[in-house]
Ligand binder design. Structure first.
Ligand SMILES: [Zn+2]
Length: 203
């Protein structure tokens, strides 16, 4: 069974709404809830003939990774890495339209290459004119909360990288920018460029 885990992810894949809600709030999900939801979801998927799955932002602790190992086989873990200043700016730039619920981002991240570190560019995601005057900021998108999430990541989730590194399953991927800049390079890193060519030819 093919599975990728996106440990620190800007990309979103539908998984389980209940779990996604909890994860999106930046909380750590109780391991009992995870086992329950994940096992049910995997069983249902296999029954429907699904050939693989992607977990986004999970597992977040070594204990969860150990539990997951007992539930299913993981083929590959992709560690999507973003420089902390870009991560912080992007979180602080998030805006929601109070009327239609649309998600936008006012941050324009343009970090120049220096000292051998590559630069990166992430364009803003501006709202359409009808939403522009109705933008609000999520209450938990403050510098304090984002930095707290980063501290939790360092303490609880960083060891998960070692867990998979030691099993030869960790692919490190430095995000060069937003989805537009990152997607082709990610496909290249995964040797999946041909697959996309086939899909666009078929579309
Ligand atoms: Zn709107």
């Amino acid at each position: 069974m093919l599975c990728w885990i996106l440990a620190l992810s800007g990309l979103c894949f539908p998984w389980n709404l209940k779990l996604k809600e909890i994860v999106n709030q930046g909380k750590l999900v109780s391991d009992e809830i995870i086992i329950d939801l994940l096992s049910k979801r995997l069983e249902a998927g296999e029954a429907k003939g699904e050939s693989g799955f992607i977990l986004d932002g999970f597992p977040r602790t070594v204990r969860q990774a150990e539990i997951l190992e007992g539930v299913t086989d993981i083929d590959l873990v992709i560690n999507l890495k973003l420089r902390e200043e870009a991560l912080l700016a992007k979180c602080l730039g998030r805006r929601i339209c109070s009327e239609c619920g649309g998600n936008y981002n006012v941050a324009c991240i343009d970090i120049k290459a220096e000292n051998g570190k590559p630069g990166m560019y992430m364009a803003p995601l501006p709202p359409p004119p009808q939403c522009a005057s109705k933008l609000i900021t999520r209450a938990d998108d403050t510098e304090e909360v984002v930095k707290q999430r980063l501290r939790i990541y360092q303490a609880m989730t960083l060891p998960v990288e070692d867990f998979y590194r030691s099993r030869g399953k960790l692919l490190e991927f430095d995000l060069p920018g937003g989805v537009r800049e990152s997607w082709p390079k990610l496909l290249h890193a995964l040797n999946l460029e041909d697959e996309e060519d086939k899909q666009s030819a078929a579309a």
